[in-house]
Design a protein around this ligand. Structure first.
Ligand code: FE2
Length: 314
């Protein structure tokens, strides 16, 4: 399925979920008008555009990356990291494309651009930045690897959906500090998962993330996976995509020593069926991917440097 960039004109479709009108309007207003969350940076826009072109060539990707020296440098560092097992062998973007493939280079770029977008922002004291990014990266890679075994979704689309699924958490933690801390207090008091604590406090990250997806004009599948990845059966024409990402997120949490969301939820059999995965295949896939969380740490360290591994604000 081709990803298509959308305009922001369908704001009326935004789900109000469980919010009171007052809270809904207040938070929506803050997201839509927030100056601290500008349009995505130009490198990210260029790469999203390239993803959308069937005729995209290695030369076009190389050119797009080389226009941004700091991005090019990050791509080379990640391509040479333990994640790909090619330490020191890749000296240029051209060579990176030869060694790890154009799709992988594009995925690295998207990840680097997205992390850059939020780098340097002031986050709520209780927000654990490394856990967030590790979960997003793991979910992206697991979504991609699952997609490689399926014939209904492109691997690059699955990676993007997995990478962006929890975008709303980044928004809450960066621009709604008080609200984020209230959610954490609610989670600690109730002993539930983070999503349940969000629902009990006000607006979930799914709804808030979908507003940013609209503000940024991200493609429909991205917006709807962000909105429905905790309730894939409600995702309308993107139920399969939302199911795939929920399953990847579940596997990711099972790999993380301290997941962001507290209690691990097992995907419902209905969700597995929607994605076309049997319980046996899920178990086999999970076994195959064990250890992925260890190599993702290296990927993360390149993006954020040694200071990125500390708990922000503590
Ligand atoms: Fe989520």
């Amino acid at each position: 399925m081709a990803l298509e960039m959308e305009s922001m004109d369908n704001r009326a479709d935004i789900s109000q979920d469980v919010l009171s009108n007052e809270v809904f309007l207040d938070i929506r207003e803050r997201i839509v008008d927030l100056e601290s969350l500008p349009a995505p940076n130009s490198a990210l826009v260029r790469l999203l555009g390239l993803l959308n072109q069937d005729s995209c060539t290695p030369r076009a990707v190389t050119k797009a990356i080389e226009k941004d020296p700091s991005l090019a440098s990050q791509v080379l560092k990640i391509a040479n990291s333990a994640f790909y097992g090619l330490r020191g062998k890749i000296k240029s973007i051209d060579r990176a494309i030869v060694f790890i493939g154009m799709e992988e280079v594009r995925n690295i770029c998207l990840t680097a651009c997205l992390s850059q977008q939020f780098k340097g922002l002031d986050f709520a004291p209780s927000f654990d930045i490394p856990s967030f990014w590790q979960h997003s990266l793991l979910t992206a890679i697991l979504s991609r690897n699952m997609a490689a075994k399926m014939d209904w979704i492109a691997t690059q689309e699955a990676y993007l959906l997995g990478l962006l699924h929890d975008l709303g958490r980044l928004v809450i933690a960066s621009v709604m500090h008080d609200y984020f801390e209230k959610i954490i207090s609610q989670q600690r008091a109730s002993g539930t998962g983070l999503f349940e604590a969000e629902l009990a406090t006000g607006s979930p990250h799914t709804t808030i993330g979908s507003w940013l997806a609209i503000k940024w004009g991200l493609p429909d599948p991205v917006r709807d996976v962000i909105l429905y990845h905790h309730n894939p059966t409600e995702a309308g024409r993107f139920t399969r995509e939302a199911s795939l990402v929920q399953i990847a997120s579940f596997i990711s949490k099972s790999f993380e020593s301290s997941g962001l969301s507290g209690a691990i939820q097992v995907p419902a059999s209905e969700v597995l069926a929607l994605a076309g995965i049997s319980e046996e295949e899920l178990s086999q896939f999970t076994d195959e991917e064990k250890g992925l969380d260890k190599v993702v740490v290296d990927f993360f360290n390149v993006l954020f440097g040694p200071n990125g591994s500390r708990r922000h604000g503590s």
